[in-house]
Design a protein around this ligand. Structure first.
Ligand code: AP5
Ligand code: MG
Length: 216
């Protein structure tokens, strides 16, 4: 099974992807996570991407391609994969199609998380994650069961993303509307788009996504 989670910043792509990976053993591909790792490691790609990400703009297709070519080849061969934050432009959608086709694979689902943009700002500004294992949390909506300790690994260090401020979030949303939302009709024409109410509680969103996958 291969699925894309599509939606603006803060829609819940990463949250749902973590759950689907754990539940179905799918390989995760999050270009945002990969870019942040490249920035932290100060690789050539990371050094080029940093300022663009901090401004909330999309990095170039060329940078994304350099980052994920190897991973995409492995994804094409794997039994199942979940794409979070990729593809984000028509060129990237074409790249993904070509790689999957060369491995005799195809996309099964594109799930769009429908959300209210003002609420997303609240979500994003409250978001943080475990510095050890990356598990995601939120000041209001998703706190660790034991305060100050990660549910998954017990880690006690947490971090926040540099692009998680209101001004940058508004730019990221504008980028989504201008460059990413226009790829939806491509997938609609294939009859593989499903929409889920991303404003519902996290567990309810998971239930809706699982119902779509169970329909296969
Ligand atoms: P990326 O990392 O992909 O960020 P994004 O698309 O802006 O999305 P987010 O990760 O902010 O949100 P999310 O939908 O994952 O929400 P989450 O589950 O965390 O990209 C970052 C940057 O990298 C881009 O701006 C760009 O520069 C670059 N980039 C990445 N990929 C690229 C590409 N392919 N091409 C070009 N550039 C690229 O949820 C948010 C918060 O809300 C969490 O705290 C969560 O706990 C909470 N929450 C989630 N769901 C719910 C719910 N249903 N109810 C209440 N709270 C919820
Ligand atoms: Mg994310």
């Amino acid at each position: 099974m291969r699925l894309i989670l599509l939606g603006p910043p803060g829609a819940g792509k990463g949250t749902q992807a973590q759950r689907l990976v754990a539940q179905h053993g799918l390989l995760p591909l999050s270009t945002g996570d990969m870019l942040r790792a490249a920035v932290a490691a100060q690789t050539p790609v990371g050094l080029r991407a940093k300022a663009i990400m901090d401004a909330g703009e999309l990095v170039s297709d060329e940078i994304v391609s350099a980052l994920i070519d190897d991973e995409l080849a492995a994804m094409g061969e794997a039994v199942g994969a979940i794409f979070d934050g990729y593809p984000r432009t028509a060129a990237q959608a074409g790249q993904l199609d070509a790689i999957l086709a060369s491995n005799g694979r195809k996309l099964d689902h594109v799930i769009e998380l429908e959300v209210d943009e003002d609420e997303l700002v609240r979500r994003i500004v409250g978001r943080y994650s475990c510095a050890s294992c990356g598990a995601g949390y939120h000041d209001e909506f998703h706190q660790p069961k034991v305060a100050g300790a990660c549910d998954k690994c017990g880690g006690t260090e947490f971090k926040r993303r540099k692009d998680d401020n209101e001004e940058t979030v508004r730019t990221r949303m504008a980028e989504y509307r201008a460059k990413t939302a226009p790829i939806l009709p491509l997938y609609e024409a294939r009859g593989i788009v499903a929409r889920v109410d991303g404003m519902a509680p996290i567990d309810a969103v998971t239930t809706s996504v699982e119902a779509i996958l169970a329909g296969d």
